[in-house]
Write a protein of this length. Structure first.
Length: 427
């Protein structure tokens, strides 16, 4: 399974390099294939969408768009307990994200100058939701709810059709709960291209958000600039910092909960306790056989998992900030102390009763998070992800006269004499 790595300034760096290797450049063949699909959709519209859907999904629905009545009707046929759980999660997610709402402002000055900033939601956003074996209704909530709070004009969702050409019912149920406006049965790079360029059927959007496979991620990357995107997400990851007070049974369970996503997922435990390190290793072997995705978990842990024995707590913190993990759990005696000490992290889970799945589904903070070390400079998806801002200013003649010499001086220093002339000509 795993071996325990003792931090000595070198050994742990080798472990981290292995983890970073998951995010290497996409295979050129994938990029070329995606570029071709994107171009087909750009030039061929709906006809190209039908060709791609038949080619990659095996069956093309008669109509790409799901009727509004079917979306709303999915609630009636859904498991009531499932709907109840979605509604509770929605309330938690909404409560958290309402705190992120930004306000426009106006600054008036005694000189007659008026300046400000206008904040408003994007006109239309596209939400990509996987609908096959990796079907995540929770992602519908996490992506749609902050967009609605940002007052986006229209939320358009694309999700691949099932083998029989129909929509995944759990995805439709989540769309109805979250308030998605329109749903299209489209998947893969062709769906991303349709959202970016628009077709006869699919409306063009301003931003595309949501998880997908390597083809979806590559399409988003190639189309950035034509359309805005949330981020280019890599394989999922968890980092756990634990001391002598942690429960190895829970640590092992949490490591495996992330490893089951994908063979490329990474689960790393940092601990100052040799006992905790060994007992967690033992627990991984004990719990693994009883899990449905045991083979995926084992491959993930053997390739990209690690248990690193640190010399002290400060070393754990320094390593955590170097890794900049997507998710980080803190299982220590005083977990709240880590809030101000971990600067590079997507989402921080504090204490032994805040496991990562709590954030995936229910608590409120968004589960769309920066991966592969990009938490050094990227933030989680939120309300501000769906906003655009513009500034405005008004000057009186007297106020401009007061600023004239300084503006002209800077413009002439930059050798932009037309800029200077634009000011001078008014006087």
């Amino acid at each position: 399974m795993l071996k325990i790595t003792r931090a000595d300034g070198t050994a742990e760096k080798q472990v981290l390099e292995t983890m970073r290797s998951r995010s290497m450049e996409v295979d050129r063949k994938v990029t070329a294939s995606v570029a071709q699909i994107v171009e087909e959709v750009r030039t061929g519209g709906d006809r190209a969408l039908r060709d791609c859907t038949l080619r990659f999904d095996g069956q093309c629905p008669d109509c790409f768009e799901v009727e509004r009545e079917q979306i709303i009707g999915s609630l009636a046929s859904a498991d009531p307990d499932f709907v109840s759980s979605l509604l509770k999660a929605m309330e938690n997610i909404s409560t958290f994200h309402r705190h992120q709402v930004q306000q426009s402002f106006v600054d008036t000055q005694t000189s007659g100058v008026i300046m400000g900033q206008r904040v408003r939601g994007l006109e239309r956003v596209g939400l990509y939701v996987p609908g096959g074996t990796a079907s995540y209704p929770s992602s519908v909530l996490m992506n749609c709810i902050p967009a609605k709070i940002a007052e986006v004009g229209e939320v358009v969702m694309v999700t691949p059709p099932r083998k029989d050409g129909t929509a995944n019912p759990d995805i439709l149920t989540a769309a109805a709960v979250a308030g998605v406006d329109r749903v299209f049965l489209l998947g893969g790079a062709q769906a991303v291209a349709a959202l970016a360029y628009g077709t006869e059927t699919v409306p063009r959007v301003d931003k595309i958000v949501g998880p997908g496979n390597i083809y979806v991620a590559t399409a988003k990357k190639l189309l950035y600039g034509t359309v805005d995107i949330d981020m280019v997400a890599g394989p999922s990851e968890i980092l756990i910092a634990a001391d002598e007070t942690a429960n190895p049974v829970w640590l092992a369970a949490d490591m495996m909960s992330q490893a089951e996503h994908d063979e490329l997922a990474s689960s790393i435990l940092l601990t100052t306790s040799e006992r905790i390190a060994q007992e967690t290793l033992d627990e991984l072997e004990r719990q693994l056989p009883g899990l449905s995705r045991a083979q995926v978990i084992r491959q993930s842990l053997e390739t990209y998992g690690a248990i690193i024995l640190c010399r002290n707590e400060q070393e754990m913190i320094e390593l955590a900030n170097q890794i900049a993990p997507e998710h980080m759990e803190v299982a220590t005696a005083n977990p709240l102390e880590y809030i101000g000490r971990i600067d590079n992290v997507g989402s921080l889970f504090l204490g032994q009763y805040a496991p990562e799945p709590l954030g995936d589904y229910y608590a409120g903070p968004n589960h769309v998070l920066p991966t592969s070390g990009t938490a050094r400079f990227f933030s989680p998806l939120g309300v501000d992800s769906f906003l655009k801002k513009s500034s405005f200013l008004y000057y009186t003649k007297e106020a401009l006269a007061q600023a004239r010499d300084d503006i002209v001086r800077i413009a002439e220093r930059e050798q932009l004499t037309a800029h200077a002339n634009s000011i001078q000509v008014r006087f």
